[in-house]
Design a protein around this ligand. Structure first.
Ligand SMILES: Cc1cc2nc3c(=O)[nH]c(=O)nc-3n(C[C@H](O)[C@H](O)[C@H](O)COP(=O)(O)OP(=O)(O)OC[C@H]3O[C@@H](n4cnc5c(N)ncnc54)[C@H](O)[C@@H]3O)c2cc1C
Length: 236
């Protein structure tokens, strides 16, 4: 089968891959981006955007309740259905049509599917072979790594994806790790004050997760890897 030729092949259409591809096109390179899930990546659908939207309503309510004058105007609780509807709007109901359109306008080709590096500067996606004249940029992000805790596989565990995609606020929640991604507590409590939450953390776990989070932002490693070691040491 003939390979399709590009100057640059980008694997992963998250914020990093989109920026790499956009800059390459501006530099005159013919560029294709390969994406196995949604164009926009974690940030748009399961991370930055939905989490900030969910946090905003609770923070605004708390802010108003803390301000004499405004507090008197607060007569009810959060409208959970409205908060979740706004989240759904922000993540475009997990539909990436808008970002696909942007790729087209930016002059970036899209190939949907799981990219596998099958040779030097060669990526195979399903039955299609792509070949790069210059380079393959691996912009595949990171995924949650479950800690090796007995029983965790049977526990209907949430990662940040389930937390930011929540449809029903549960009656109780156990959060393992106290770092930035462990926002389930702050995310859900304003929606259901009766929710019981337990957060397992200690200062070292928090620090490790904060450092790991910086690395994660740099696209180097998932924070859960650090949390896992720390949890094991803590006997959790
Ligand atoms: C709950 C939460 C909240 C966050 N909030 C913020 C925030 O407010 N601000 C902020 O700056 N950052 C935030 N982050 C971090 C931010 O989401 C990540 O730093 C960012 O998404 C990383 O971008 P990326 O392009 O490297 O990876 P990703 O966004 O993970 O994108 C990688 C893409 O590659 C695709 N992919 C992987 N392997 C393949 C393959 N073999 N073939 C084809 N496609 C593949 C994936 O499907 C994915 O779409 C948050 C993270 C979490 C978990």
């Amino acid at each position: 089968m003939d390979a399709e030729e590009y100057d640059l092949i980008v694997i992963g259409a998250g914020p990093v891959g989109e920026n790499v591809a956009d800059r390459a096109v501006h530099g005159g390179l013919r560029t294709v981006i390969v994406e196995s899930e949604l164009v926009g990546g974690e940030c748009s659908y399961w991370a930055c955007m939905p989490s900030k939207t969910l946090l905003r309503a609770g923070a605004a309510l708390r802010g108003a309740r803390d301000a004499p004058g405004a507090a008197e105007a607060v007569t009810g609780d959060l409208d959970v259905a409205a908060v979740l509807r706004r989240r759904d709007e922000v993540v475009h109901e997990w539909n990436d049509a808008g970002q696909v359109e942007w790729l087209g306008q930016a002059g970036i080709d899209l190939v949907r599917g799981h990219g596998v590096i099958t040779g030097e500067r060669e990526v195979t996606v399903g039955g299609r072979v792509l070949r790069a004249r210059h380079a393959v940029a691996v912009c595949t992000g990171s995924a949650s790594l479950l800690p090796d805790v007995p029983g965790i596989a049977e526990a209907e565990l949430w990662t940040s994806r389930e937390a930011t995609g929540v449809r029903d606020v549960p009656a109780s929640l156990v959060v393992i790790g106290g770092g930035v991604a462990a926002a389930g507590d702050r995310l859900l409590k304003p929606m259901k004050e009766a929710i019981r939450t337990s957060v397992f953390e200690d200062q070292w776990a928090s620090m490790a997760i904060a450092v790991a989070s910086r690395l994660e932002h740099a696209g180097i490693i998932g924070s859960a890897l650090y949390a896992k070691d720390r949890l094991r040491e803590s006997g959790v």
